[in-house]
Design a protein. Structure first.
Ligand code: DHB
Ligand code: FE
Length: 292
């Protein structure tokens, strides 16, 4: 059966993609930020996932204001990137796993999440930048991917609790898939930021640090916030924190925080990365234990 080995949540700011493209990882203004990913690479090297379920928000590349699904799941053989106007190089396609995607889609719909199914899906910076951050310089794509898009652009937005429950349903979908695959759930977006309006440049470090704490040890308390509360406390784009609720909800077992780093600011955003390891009762059992 497929197993959820853990979750990674990370910011997806386009300027990070530009820094990667220009090889600025060691530049004084970037070094501290990129060093925050070294423990993530060590963990990924150790756990070696086969598949990444990538929960992100599209910013107008694949869905526009005329049609925006609240939740969408990709079921393509590969996912293409294209120019969004941020000045980032277009990256080569990411391989999909349509069979696994269709299993997730069937399981979600049976679980009363009536998501949009996408047999074609362009992935924007919110997908590509985290992939480059997690697997830098990879010659070939090290994982297959299942994109899950959550609307954070057009109100009404899904509530944090709904996103947490979607995560739970994704967890059930993954663990009922009859192939021996190691799956990491990646959430992208946040933390606090606002790019437009009178609060442009808004960052709320106190709120961010509280969220980083609660997402690990008391996600349900945090999930009681409304999406509008998140906009108030984290900024209009800080509401991307919704993706973190999906990832946390998908953790099915005993969760251990393996790494956290927080860096303010990158561009207009409080950047953060977190790694949670997920161990189910089965995985926690000693190696020589008999399982029936
Ligand atoms: C920035 C942050 C984002 O989340 C995004 O999607 C685009 C830009 C920024 O801080 O520049
Ligand atoms: Fe964003």
């Amino acid at each position: 059966m497929a197993r959820i080995i853990g979750g990674v949540a990370t910011s997806h700011i386009p300027s990070i993609g530009k820094a990667i493209a220009r090889g600025w990882q060691q530049a004084p203004e970037w070094k501290q930020f990129f060093d925050g990913y070294k423990p993530v690479h060590a963990w990924l090297d150790e756990v070696k996932p086969d598949v990444a379920v990538v929960v992100y928000n599209d910013h107008g590349l694949n869905f526009f204001l005329d049609k925006i699904p609240t939740f969408a799941v990709g079921a393509a053989h590969e996912y293409h990137n294209t120019d969004e106007g941020w000045g980032l190089p277009v990256v080569r396609p990411f391989p999909g796993d349509p069979e696994f995607s269709w299993h997730v889609i069937e399981s979600l719909v049976a679980d009363e999440f009536d998501i949009t199914m996408c047999q074609e899906m362009f992935v924007d910076h919110a997908f590509t930048v985290p992939m480059s951050l997690l697997w830098p310089g990879a010659e070939s794509r090290p994982v297959t991917t299942i994109p899950v898009a959550v609307n954070t652009v057009q109100f009404p937005l899904p509530s944090p609790m709904r996103c947490y429950k979607l995560g739970k349903a994704i967890g059930r979908a993954i663990e009922s898939y009859d192939r021996d695959l190691r799956v990491v759930v990646v959430a992208t977006g946040g933390l606090s930021h606002q790019l437009d309006g009178t609060r442009a440049g808004f960052i709320n470090k106190r709120f961010d640090l509280m969220c980083l704490e609660k997402i690990v040890c008391d996600p349900l308390a945090l999930a009681r916030y409304s999406a509008r509360d998140l906009v108030r406390d984290a900024g209009a784009q800080g509401v991307e924190l919704l993706m973190w609720f999906v990832m946390r909800g998908a953790m099915t077992g005993q969760v251990t925080e393996k790494h956290r780093s927080y860096h303010v600011p990158v561009s207009n955003t409080a950047a953060a990365v977190m790694v949670l390891e997920n161990k189910t009762a089965f995985q926690l059992a000693p190696k020589n234990a008999t399982t029936v």
